[in-house]
Design a protein around this ligand. Sequence first.
Ligand code: AMP
Length: 557
Amino acid sequence: MARIGIDLGTTNSLAVAYKDDKPVKILNSLGSFITPSAVSADDDGKIIVGQPARDRLISHPDRSASEFKRDMGTRTTVVLGGNEYTPEELSSLILKKLKADAEAFLGEPVEEAIISVPAYFDDNSRRATRIAAELSGLNVERLINEPSAAALSYLTKNGYEDGTYMVIDFGGGTLDVSVVDVFDDIIEILAVAGDNKLGGKDFNEAVARDFCKKNDLDYGALSSVEKAVVYRAAERAKMELSSVPMVMMEIPLEQHKYVLTLTNKELIRISKDIFGRIREPVRKAIHDSRKKLEDIDTVILVGGSCRMPTVREFIKKITGIDPDTSVDPDTAIAEGAAIYAAMKNKDLKDVILTDICPFTLGVAVNNDILNDGSKIMSPIIPRNNTLPSSIQRSYSASHDNQTGITLEIYQGENIHPDENLFIGELKLSCPPCKRNEKICDVKMTYDINGILIVDVTTTDGAKATKAFRSNSSVLSEDEIDRMRSKMEASMLIRPEDEKYKALIARAERVYEQSYVETRSIIATHLMNFRAALERQDIIRVRETYKALSDLLDTLEY
Ligand code: AMP
């Protein structure tokens, strides 16, 4: 029975095993290491996961979903083909697919996994990830923070060296910056900061807009097909600029061919705002870690957007450090998770990974400044504190003759408690106190498993203690049971059908994104392929499959 590491990403996911003393990337049933984090419901009730589901986002938007990782731990749901799905259920379908692909690739059952999550994920999101794993049939002993996984992958490749590392994870739609300390086989995250609305898609958009501007086209006024054509060409040009100094964009629109030459210098000019937004999380992570830039020994880059030389140069400029390029930006996190899985398996010497408190824990107190009966948040354990954490604060009476205390406990960064997550409350009586006189000590102890223990001691020595699972508020056991039965009944399409479905999904997407003349050619090829499938004519299936995929390759070059 094998144990794997999984990077369950917002845009893409992948699984890695640890075999023969090294991480081994797992190929999925379509022959790729990367499985897009997209799910689609087929017309016959089967579930499609990965690239074909991503293609169907365009051709069948009401049956397809992506980016649900952003909603993990919330009550958001999406309807696919008439059925409602929670983010946990959608993520469990991705995990179920990764598990099935890993079993086929490794030739043995896979029952255990270490899954990576962003360091800033709160307890609800972490618990949602565990529920998703359980629904997919995977045991998850521990989640690993993405920056710890990236650091682990770097250390395994380059040797364990004590030091302070900055991990910059810049993907398709998010930027996460972490400061990680490595000392005596302990990997400790000191601080995390990020921008969850900044990523490769912003560069694509900037290039697409610039292309239109220079060609006297109004990007906002383009049809959805035209926009998709320009956007795809922009992303392709951006990616090509990672390996060549100049690209020529040529886009046919409305019988006219529009062109633009793009260089990295030009890309920097048109993406000024995007680069500017990279600075803030870097500054904040350094500040929150209580380190200085000079203390950073190594900058580790992960995420697809870190392949851009302009991004690397910019990071070098703002940190003063030439970023390391020894880890593969696409796979480092999953590899780190697999290495950690091997450590748990005792295949490798263990390291200790510490966690940080990704949000502030505190209590609601009277707003003494406004004195209008409103409450404000009084933080006890601040965000970014290393776990386990135990901190005590004293509180005074809010009015004369106060004989009781009601502590309302919240997690979050907003000064208004109502805007934060309510965790629970604790009540006890106390000897009569005057306004502003000390009434009690409150000690909060928060551990790595999300257990919060609140101890209150009044001035006469009376004590009350209550333990909270700060993550138990979103889903009830009944709801989890219902999800379990529903997921057990949901069937992924068979791998042997998947190849054909994937080509159909791709053809339908390209059709949607094409002009009328091209559409009829695609439609003819697609019809021929479908007819061959229906007749189960193996030779014709092979011929029409090749003809259609060759056509799509030419159209998408
Ligand atoms: P991720 O979320 O880490 O999978 O990263 C996806 C993002 O990386 C997308 O915006 C891609 O356009 C971008 N990306 C992937 N490869 C490259 C490359 N070679 N050069 C520039 N950007 C890339």
